[in-house]
Design a protein around this ligand. Structure first.
Ligand code: PLP
Length: 393
């Protein structure tokens, strides 16, 4: 049985993957070329140079044919040895999963659980590092933007917390849902390894992921003994591409060059500002909806509300999946669901990537309409509040 056609475009409002601009789709529509040819190497080099500019780093970047999980895995394998201790404050689904992966690789993973609605306090990191007199902790690992909760952490404050303890631990950051959406400056912020992916701020399909590394991280790599093969940075550095132990996927790099062109033609600082503006419009709507004991921000600290995703918490006794189903089935709008323990308790509005005012207003309208149809307590007028904000912004 064929399903009835849904007219119009799918409004994709998930917090990743994100909408792919038409020019990126077209750029990736290329026939097979020799990945060792000068023509492709030139495209490859342009893509990598662009990535470095957008990350504000001059160090090495290792790129993988995988989603973000592969970059997590590669980063663990290349930086640590069995039994090494790392500090990974647990504040959402992604920090929990990254920590679980590190444990599986035989690391001693300290995961102090924090309030998922606001994330760790940097002072607790200083405290823990000060207590580690013999410098057993090899790295502090932080998810910049917890996509599952909509909480964004202040990375310079965490850098300062590590410095306050005068501790030599590496500073590792997952920037998967913040890169090219939220302000991010790898070198200025003293970050040693950054894990990123293609399918969010870069507006590409999933399937490319990377780790950018500092000199200090490369030094640590030299003595790291965890088993690795395909993701081995030393092997990658021996290759012309300085990445990939095997066939290089060609089309994503044509896409990457176009993605960098689009981001730089807008200006990366303007990209951050646009994300802030559209996120703020979303927040104005959620603030109104939260009246009448209705839905609420999952992130309890207004200063930590993310500019790339807003997680909306349901009132007791209401299922977020019912709202998502109405939005998707009836209106062709795809919202993010709650992950793992947050299943049914939150839905998530993605506002990252190739997004403008009509797209966010369309999404917010359908969220408000779906809340009404699902009988979820909320106050009306969220979309108007978003319009008022955008009119003045
Ligand atoms: N880290 C964060 C913050 C994420 O948002 C995601 C995916 O959404 C991941 C890691 C995992 O990346 P992937 O799904 O590309 O493997």
């Amino acid at each position: 049985t064929s399903k009835p056609r849904k007219p119009g475009r799918l409004f994709f409002a998930n917090p990743g993957p994100t909408n792919i601009p038409d020019s990126i789709l077209r750029a990736m529509d290329v026939p097979t070329v020799d990945f060792m040819s000068e023509d492709f190497i030139d495209i490859y080099d342009q893509g990598v140079a662009g990535l470095k500019r957008l990350l504000f780093t001059t160090g090495e970047v290792f790129i993988y044919t995988s989603s973000g999980h592969g970059a997590w895995e590669a980063t663990i394998q290349n930086l640590f040895s069995p039994g090494d201790t790392i500090l990974m404050p647990e504040c959402g689904y992604f920090s929990r999963t990254w920590g679980a992966m590190a444990k599986r690789f035989g690391l001693n993973t300290e995961m102090p659980e924090t309030d998922w609605r606001r994330g760790p306090d940097p002072a607790t990191i200083t405290e823990r590092l000060l207590a580690d007199k013999s410098h057993q902790i090899k790295a502090v690992c932080i998810v910049h933007n917890e996509t599952s909760t909509g909480v964004a952490l202040d990375l310079p404050a965490i850098r300062a917390a590590i410095d306050a303890a005068k501790h030599p631990a590496l500073f590792l950051v997952d920037t998967i849902s913040s890169f090219a959406s939220l302000e991010f400056r790898m070198e200025d912020w003293g970050i040693d390894a950054v894990v990123g992916g293609s399918q969010k701020g870069l507006m590409l399909p999933a399937g490319l992921a990377f780790t950018a590394v500092s000199e200090k991280a490369l030094e640590a790599h030299k003595s790291a003994t965890l088993t690795r093969f395909y993701f081995d940075w030393t092997k990658m550095m021996a290759r012309r591409h300085r990445s990939f132990v095997g066939t290089v996927p060609v089309p994503p790099f044509y896409g990457l060059v176009e993605s960098v062109r689009l981001l730089e033609s807008e200006g990366i600082e303007n990209v951050w500002r646009r994300h802030h503006r559209l996120a703020e419009a979303t927040r104005r709507a959620v603030s109104i909806w939260s009246g009448n004991q209705g839905v609420a921000f999952f992130c309890s600290d207004p200063k930590r509300r993310s500019d790339s995703v807003t997680a909306v918490k349901m009132p007791e006794g209401h299922d977020a999946e019912a709202v998502r189903k109405i939005a998707y089935d009836r209106f062709n709008v795809s919202l993010g669901g709650g992950l793992d323990p947050l299943g049914g308790q939150v839905f998530r509005i993605g506002h990252m990537g190739d997004l403008n005012e009509p797209m966010i207003l369309g999404t917010l309208s359908i969220v408000e309409l779906s809340l009404r149809l699902a009988g979820v307590p909320h106050a009306n007028g969220g979309v108007n509040a978003a319009i008022d904000y955008l009119a003045a912004a």
